[in-house]
Ligand binder design. Structure first.
Ligand code: PLP
Length: 344
């Protein structure tokens, strides 16, 4: 039987257009965009064209985007770059944030957990959607604070709205772009200092630009409208899958069932069972699924994102995450349900 990949929140296969763009750029657009000769100028032109397209897709100005290698890097540049000006004031942070966001916050003098917003709060950090549960979150309205949104999971799955934010990050490999492509958006005028010094990216991220990755991302983003439509259509497949599971009369719960969620994500608590053991058994049966965030798999550490919702450590260890690619078919989820029923 062909394998079924149901771990899109960890990463996605690159779109064929992204593969072609990366290959083309590696063969032909290998010039350094900082060089002033013709090869360099051509690379610069392609880079700025890609930035313009990416910015247009996000509804921001091209000069506000910094091309990075990962959302992890973008979050580090963002939070470390704000820290010198703002880090002696408290940050209000959503407790289910990804570790890529929580780690650079260690430099801040004080972190309060949303919904608590401390006095003189300098920044509010709220992911648009959680990687493990798929639950979507609005940006809290806090005056005079830098509002940061991690859009790594929401991008390409649901429309992203930056109107209530001042900075945001986007991960390319979650939307059919190549690994090594990501974006940091900074509203002009933020009290932000570069962390990686160098002349590139308008002095905001030093290091020769990875033109193949950036062109690959732009190629993938050209297909974002159809990706969004395909992802939206997954909600009914997911609902049917969850209804089937909940009808089995087993101790199963769909986390975030009654909340606004990403259409491709189903986070299932199989009470009393080891999520890791079930994941391994499903893998043997031909299904690639996750027990939680990919960054946690391989370690037995239970998911903090699940525990912040009030679940026990045992429950957090009993979670399976199914996250569909845009082209997932009803028969795929039916086959998954059959395999899961046999194992539970
Ligand atoms: N933020 C969230 C919500 C994520 O889910 C991830 C990756 O899973 C990241 C950030 C990090 O993204 P990247 O793999 O591009 O570093």
């Amino acid at each position: 039987m062909a394998r079924l990949y149901l771990d899109a929140n960890a990463t996605t296969p690159p779109h064929p257009a992204a593969v072609a763009a990366v290959q083309g750029a590696m063969a032909e657009a290998w010039g350094n965009p900082t060089s002033t000769h013709r090869e360099g100028q051509r690379a610069r032109f392609l880079l700025e064209e890609a930035r313009r397209e990416l910015a247009e897709s996000l509804g921001v100005a091209p000069g506000e985007l910094v091309c990075c290698a990962s959302a992890t890097e973008a979050l580090h540049l963002l939070l470390r770059g704000l820290q010198p000006a703002l880090g002696d004031r408290p940050a209000a942070v959503f407790p289910g944030e990804h570790s890529a966001c929580l780690n650079p916050l260690r430099d801040w003098s004080r972190v309060a957990w949303l919904p608590v917003v401390p006095e003189a709060c300098a920044t509010v950090v709220q992911m648009a959607a959680n990687n493990e549960t798929g639950i979507r979150y609005p940006m809290p309205v806090v005056l005079d604070a830098v509002r940061i949104q991690d859009c790594a999971q929401a991008w390409g799955k649901v429309p992203v709205d930056l109107t209530g934010c001042d900075a945001a990050v986007f991960s390319g490999h979650k939307v059919g772009g190549p690994r090594g492509s990501a974006l940091l958006w900074l509203r002009p005028g933020l009290p932000w200092e570069p962390v990686l010094e160098g002349p590139q990216e308008r002095r905001r991220r030093g290091g020769t630009e990875d033109l193949p990755a950036i062109l690959g991302l732009a190629a993938a983003v050209r297909h974002l409208p159809e990706r969004l439509a395909q992802n939206a259509a997954l909600a009914s497949l997911r609902d049917a899958f969850e209804a089937e599971l909940l009808g089995w009369n087993r101790d199963l719960e769909v986390i975030g069932h009654d909340q606004a969620r990403l259409p491709n994500t189903s986070c299932v608590l199989v009470r009393g069972r080891s999520g890791e053991a079930l994941q391994a058994a499903l893998d043997l049966a031909g299904f690639a699924v996750s027990t939680g965030s990919a960054c946690h798999s391989g370690s037995v550490k239970p998911s903090h994102a699940i525990m912040t919702l009030g679940y026990s450590i045992e429950d957090a260890r009993s979670v399976l995450r199914f996250s569909m690619l845009p082209d997932t078919q009803p028969a795929d989820l039916e086959a998954l349900a059959v395999a899961l029923k046999r194992l539970t």
